[in-house]
Ligand binder design. Structure first.
Ligand code: GLV
Length: 330
């Protein structure tokens, strides 16, 4: 089998060299914009491995154009770009980059919580717009974070790192919802399990940290948002599609919550005139959860090793849970 690899985004030079040393042919698309369709189709024809991101949907269309493709390695922990059923049908192995970004994304989630509580984005603009001419009034005051209630929806690797920061650094009362109960972690850290509705109704800060799946798409809708306290803040640093954005706009228009802090959106980049961007109490960042050079380098290394090790049939690979059976059959 000829080891021909396509990488759909720029990667560090030393990672590229490693791929060249270990594969027969490597093409790197050295731009952050998407590959034009004709160039992508040309490459897909005879590649064995693809290193990519969720911007490229690994679906029936792409897979039909890539008859020799056996391994897809996402430079991300989330793999909502994978059409799992199509990949299973064709015995294509899908991999991702868990663990290496946990602390970095947890830092961002915490940053969003603190910044939204203290209105940092708004106040930064306030100074730069020349509005700081006298002491600020109560209308610009923020909220305390220390000792408050944090509800985490999704206590996976990243959610549990946020819980640790909240418990140990900020003495917060932490509750969580997850598809799986984490009894050992509850004991170790003193966090408690609760239903989503309880978390929405009782938390001062609600952090969405769930993976995007059919079951979580638009999970946080008007009904759930309406349960939140008037001084509560919603934070999302997992996937935009989990929060119904139209419903969030409605809740904000109705003034029912203190604010929101969002790193992720249904459409990315979010259009400049999107209704969510009209609110002073919505803090936004451009999907930067893992955007730290050391972390992004580690992610690129993990993605590259995933491909090389799979092709060689030796060494560690991070196959996504739903496809672990297919590798055994491949
Ligand atoms: C980023 O969103 C990731 O899934 O790694």
């Amino acid at each position: 089998m000829k080891k021909k690899i396509l990488v759909t985004k720029p990667i560090p030079k030393n990672v590229e060299e490693y791929l060249h040393e270990n594969c027969d042919e490597v093409t790197v698309w050295n731009s952050n914009s998407m590959m034009p369709e004709d160039k992508l189709a040309e490459q897909l024809k005879d590649i064995t491995g693809l290193i990519t991101t969720n911007k490229y949907k690994i679906d029936c269309e792409l897979l039909s154009n890539a008859p020799k493709l056996k391994f897809v390695s996402n430079i991300a922990v989330g793999y909502n770009g994978f059409d799992i059923e199509e990949m299973k049908k064709r015995n294509v192995v899908g991999m991702h980059t868990p663990s290496v970004l946990d602390e970095t994304v947890a830092d961002l989630a915490f940053t969003l919580m603190l910044s939204a509580a203290r209105r940092i984005g708004l106040l930064d603009r306030y100074i730069k717009d020349g509005k700081w001419t006298e002491s600020i009034g109560k209308d610009l005051f923020g909220l305390n974070v220390y000792g408050k209630k944090l509800g985490i929806l999704g206590l996976g690797r990243i959610g549990s790192k946020v819980a640790k920061r909240a418990k140990m650094g900020f003495d917060m009362d932490v509750s969580y919802f997850d598809a799986f109960r984490k009894a050992a972690f509850e004991q170790e850290l003193g966090v408690h399990y609760a239903a989503i509705e309880t978390i929405m109704a009782e938390s001062d800060f609600v952090l969405v940290m769930l993976p995007l799946m059919k079951e979580t798409e638009n999970l946080i809708d008007y009904e759930k948002l309406s349960l939140m306290k008037p001084n509560a803040i919603l934070i999302n640093s997992s996937r935009g599609e989990i929060v119904n954005e139209g419903d969030l706009v409605r809740i904000l228009e109705e003034g029912k919550i203190f604010g929101a802090a969002l790193d992720v959106f249904h459409e990315e980049p979010i259009p400049y005139n999107h209704p969510l961007l009209q609110f002073d109490n919505v803090l936004t960042t451009p999907h930067i959860g893992s955007a730290v050079e050391e972390t992004r380098n580690e992610m690129a290394w993990t993605a590259a090793r995933n491909i090389v090790n799979s092709i060689n049939g030796a060494g560690k690979t991070f196959i996504v849970p739903e496809l672990q059976e297919s590798i055994q059959r491949a």
